[in-house]
Design a protein around this ligand. Sequence first.
Ligand SMILES: [Zn+2]
Length: 448
Amino acid sequence: MMPSATSRATDTDSALLQRQLKRFYNVAFLLFGLKEFFPQKPIPPNHASDDETIVTRLDDDVELYKCFVNKIAQICDIKHGGDTPGQLASVRKFLSDDIFKVLHGMTDEELKNETKVKEISSLLLLKIIAGSRWRIYKYIKDLVANAESCIGSCAMDSSPEVVQESHLLLQTLQEAHTSAFKTFLRHKASNDERHNTASPWSDTRHAIGRLHSYTIAVRVIIEARKKWPDLFDSPEIITFPSADKVEAPFTIKERMCTGKDLLNRLTTDPEVHQDYEDLLPHLQTIDFDNRLKNEIKDPEWKTTVHAEVILLSNLRRESLSPEDGPTRFFMEDKFGKYIGCSKPTCLLCDYYFDSFPIRVDRRKGHGNFYHKWRVADIQGPPAGAMVIDPVVEKLKADRKETIEEMIKKLRKEVTSVLVERRGLRGSRYDSRHTPSDPFGSVATAGGV
Ligand SMILES: [Zn+2]
């Protein structure tokens, strides 16, 4: 899914929706403020993320299939904001001609021939690098910018481990990305990542992980070709444009922006209010109310619709449309309904999927919370038109129920944060340091 600037929120004029959204963002802002105060809970080392579960389940077709869908999303995620009709057309052409057609054209004998697979892998990787050059350039830039500092810090440390692994750092990523090297990087970055703070080590680790993930993507896609050749047989590739960034469709009076104001509108529970009062002196040490007000009244504050939300809402629209009917998923009886994404799902997307009227699985989340999130827009007859579209009316009813469910979940989260005085689990990055790798990442595509 590519972000785009072509669609438009069409019904933000609904007073009912505005009131509901005001309640939604009221609690979202409070959570945002608290998140700033409480350090986010680090991801436990033994957390079974989608990455690790795949590593231990190489022969699990369901996990491999989901990883394949995510990798396809990753290689199409070519540029932040790369969403003009021309760019969407070039993504379709890239996927169709450079990936699916090439792999579909391979014979069974060629797929068993290691030399041929390496040759094709190299070819695919070159195409992917060309397509994703903007992202790859950014990762390399981060890597180069931070590696110098990492090497500098290693120079101050003469332990045998540091000397050995620093040497590896200077070798190619392919050669260096061994399990010892990954452990070394994780160890060096662990302190900063525990506190979710930026550091050359965590930035370097992130950049290396993202760069390495492209070579893994090629192997996953080739593995999928071996298992499910039908998937590569001239698939129709459809792109959905993303929504514009839009201003929040409500206003909160300046004198009503304190944490206490937001909490008053959220709950009357005396226990929660008492917990908040107890916490307030600590919150004010970071100028909590002022920061909250500045964020709420920020004139640049714009909301975005995340890609997986757009896909899910389009599925719903199709399922209600008499011409389209419910969308069929590949091997649905085995793999279920799954929406892949280039990055793990955020907290609000998770809530959205859990609250939505149709059940579709998605990539596992990292728990990151972005308060500039919004539900999918509903395209319908222009405002003031005398036509009633039953599909649009149903979508509006769905949206109302979904937002209401999400408010309940958010309220529960805020209450837990206050009562337990804990942070949200999450990461500074919206993608993982370690790439999804069903092969244990010892070998990569085509020896490149
Ligand atoms: Zn999201």
